[in-house]
Write a protein that binds this ligand. Structure first.
Ligand SMILES: Nc1ncnc2c1ncn2[C@@H]1O[C@H](COP(=O)(O)OP(=O)(O)O)[C@@H](O)[C@H]1O
Ligand SMILES: [Mg+2]
Length: 640
């Protein structure tokens, strides 16, 4: 259960082909003439590990996540990007001014040097615009990529920190959305959105000033005729699209939840012939997503052309009024041309800003979701004054422990139990009695509502999680395999274990035959979804994991329930070796397993109703004696 800190990660696991080569087996890997090339490639492969990101179970940083805080680290680059934006916005608007000068002072007066100068200046302005645009795109792209890197690591580290109850309450698909679409929305906002906001806002300002500068009357007409209509249209679009994009987000979360559930349950789906129903259900959630997207498209389809139409009407009015002014000689042709050109430049930012507002809204909504996730405190938190649990002897005490997953429904009631160092206690009882819950409290996956759980006299709430779990070994009811080799999976809790140690664990749990049979031995790849191991073999592997971690206290929750009788005999012999001198908390429904424990605790309805050694409990003639008699009759063996 011990996890290694930091994101540096485990060293590259040796590949199976390397191991084959080392053991003299046929090696069908990299041909020798290509090896040098491959090594060069590996050497240039970037290492994304960064030493400043580490996993800390008690995070000191409790300030809420905001855009400002995300950007704070990149302020100097942002300032440069901002300057480039200003240059871009100014040079971009040089065109119409130069056109006006070219017409009025050059062409009208037949002064070709002026036309030439204006033309060259125009080229320079265009070049500057392009250069500034390139520079700020590169810079903001880099900032956005870095911010996303930080944010992803931050969120992932936080997910690692959260307690089990979070994962029971929150759908996996929803958590996936946080890491996919929410972070992508933010990326879009950061990469392009905010800068475009600045570019367009500034452009609008510059153009407005220029419009008034050219002709106050025409500018006023524009402002009074076109702007109110455009504003009303934009406000409507903003509100409507806000709602529409909210629906898109919800629908996408629905799609992902449904997908991840179908993937996780693929065996049951196949087994129960649920594929047709699943397809129908997925069709519904995807349908909702399609509707939502369709609605945003329809809104945009109304807004885009309508605002364009407004712009053209505005231009017509300006041409009409401006044309009269030119006829009367109060306005030059060049000025009217510049004005009309600026007028179109005036509408673009408005449209763009409204569209950007959506990006901004989505980014903010995603930010709020991520902020909420990051603000979720682990329910099983490490106390600020937690001490490192010294090497333990292994006394486990439950003292008046009551617990409920939800406060309204208590699962354990006032459990008292002392387990001596080196003693093994097996919990038996009907399904749902609370056996696994006791195991989860001892490993501090949850904290008791009332009472205390003590190890060697230390309240579990007062010791650091790392020091506690590095001395506990857990074999859960449903063993999980990680993508990687057999060896990686076995040495999960102790990546530094030697090959000899791994092989010893393999032998102890009786997996040696399997490992010999596997094509690449310990280097064979296994993974959770690939049904490469039977559930019994998975349990053996999980046991091997616990063996290797060499904990002082072992918690086995029905860890042998999926084994056939032959494997079980093997494992039980191995357990005798493993449990020797260790404190063990077992949960078993097979009484043959229970009988081997020093004491048996019968759990019923969340209470420990009987505790004692097997013969004593049989002699007592209570619940256990009843269970034992039933089991013995069923197994066809006489009670001893
Ligand atoms: N994560 C959970 N949230 C809410 N209730 C739970 C949760 N896990 C278990 N329970 C309930 O707690 C009771 C005891 O469960 P458990 O300890 O797993 O029983 P068992 O003795 O079979 O191992 C059961 O009624 C079960 O439904
Ligand atoms: Mg259970």
């Amino acid at each position: 259960m011990a996890w290694s800190g930091g994101f540096g990660g485990a060293p590259f696991p040796t590949t199976s082909s390397q191991q084959n080569a080392a053991s003299g087996l046929p090696f069908a890997g990299i041909p020798s003439e290509m090896r040098a090339g491959v090594e060069r490639l590996v050497a240039t492969e970037p290492d994304h590990g960064r030493s400043d990101v580490a996993f800390d179970p008690v995070e000191a940083d409790h300030r809420p996540l905001t855009l400002r805080r995300l950007m704070a680290r990149h302020r100097p680059v942002l300032v440069v990007a901002g300057l480039l934006v200003v240059i871009e916005a100014l040079t971009l608007q040089a065109g119409p001014v130069l056109t006006q000068v070219g017409i009025d002072r050059g062409m009208d007066k037949g002064s070709w040097p002026t036309v030439l100068t204006v033309g060259v200046l125009f080229l320079v302005a265009v070049a500057l615009t392009a250069l500034a645009g390139w520079g700020r795109t590169v810079l903001t792209g880099r900032i956005a990529a870095n911010m996303m890197y930080d944010l992803r690591l931050k969120v992932f580290a936080h997910l690692q920190r959260l307690s089990l109850d979070y994962y029971t309450d929150e759908k996996a698909g929803v958590i996936m959305t946080r890491m996919t679409s929410d972070i992508e929305n933010l990326q879009q906002l950061l990469q392009d959105g905010l800068v475009q906001f600045a570019v367009q806002g500034l452009t609008m300002l510059v153009v407005t000033v220029l419009l008034f500068n050219y002709n106050v009357e025409l500018a006023l007409i524009t402002v009074l005729v076109v702007v109110p209509a455009l504003t009303a249209l934009s406000l409507w679009f903003r509100t409507a699209s806000d709602r529409a994009f909210g629906r898109v987000r919800d629908a996408l979360a629905g799609v992902l939840s449904d997908l991840s559930e179908s993937l996780a349950g693929v065996r049951l789906v196949t087994g129960f012939n649920r594929q047709p129903r699943n397809v129908v259900r997925h069709r519904n959630v995807v349908g909702a997503y399609r509707e939502a997207n369709d609605r945003t498209a329809r809104l945009t389809a109304i807004y885009g052309p309508s605002s364009e139409l407004l712009g053209i009407v505005g231009q017509a009015v300006v041409l009409l009024v401006g044309g009269t002014m030119v006829r009367d000689g109060t306005l030059s042709v060049g000025e009217l041309t510049a004005f009309v050109l600026y007028l179109s430049a005036f509408f673009v930012p408005i449209q763009q800003l409204v569209q950007l507002y959506n990006t901004y809204q989505q980014g903010q909504a995603s930010m709020a979701k991520l902020r909420q996730l990051l603000a979720t405190e682990p329910s099983v938190a490490e106390a600020p004054d937690a001490v490192v649990l010294p090497p333990i002897v292994g006394e486990v005490v439950l003292e008046g422990v009551s617990f409920g997953y939800v406060p309204a429904a208590p699962v354990l009631h006032d459990v008292d139990l002392r387990i001596a160092p080196g003693e093994s206690v097996c919990f038996v009882g009907p399904t749902g009695a609370g056996k696994s819950t006791v195991a989860k409290l001892i490993t501090r996956f949850y904290d008791p509502t009332d009472g205390r759980v003590l190890i060697d006299g230390h309240d579990l709430r007062g010791v650091t999680l790392h020091s506690l779990r590095s001395q506990l070994g857990v074999v859960p009811q449903e063993p999980f395999l990680f993508a990687g080799s057999m060896r990686d999976n076995l040495a999960f809790g102790r990546p530094d274990a030697t090959d000899a140690e791994v092989l010893e664990a393999v032998r102890l749990v009786g997996l040696d035959e399997l490992v010999e049979r596997l094509p690449e031995g310990l280097g064979t790849e296994v993974h959770e979804r690939g049904v490469s191991l039977s559930s019994g073999e998975r349990q053996l592997l999980a046991l091997g994991r616990a063996f290797l971690a060499r904990p002082r206290v072992l918690v086995l929750d029905e860890a042998t329930s999926n084994l056939d009788l032959q494997s079980e005999t093997k494992v039980e012999a191995a357990l005798d070796v493993l449990l020797e001198g260790r404190t063990a908390i077992l949960v078993a429904h097979r009484l043959s397993t229970a009988m081997r424990a020093d004491r048996i605790a019968v759990v019923d309805g969340g209470r420990v109703v009987e505790v004692g050694a097997h013969p004593d409990l049989v002699a007592l003639g209570g619940r256990y004696a009843e269970m034992y008699a039933a089991w013995a009759a069923h197994a066809g063996t006489a009670a001893p």
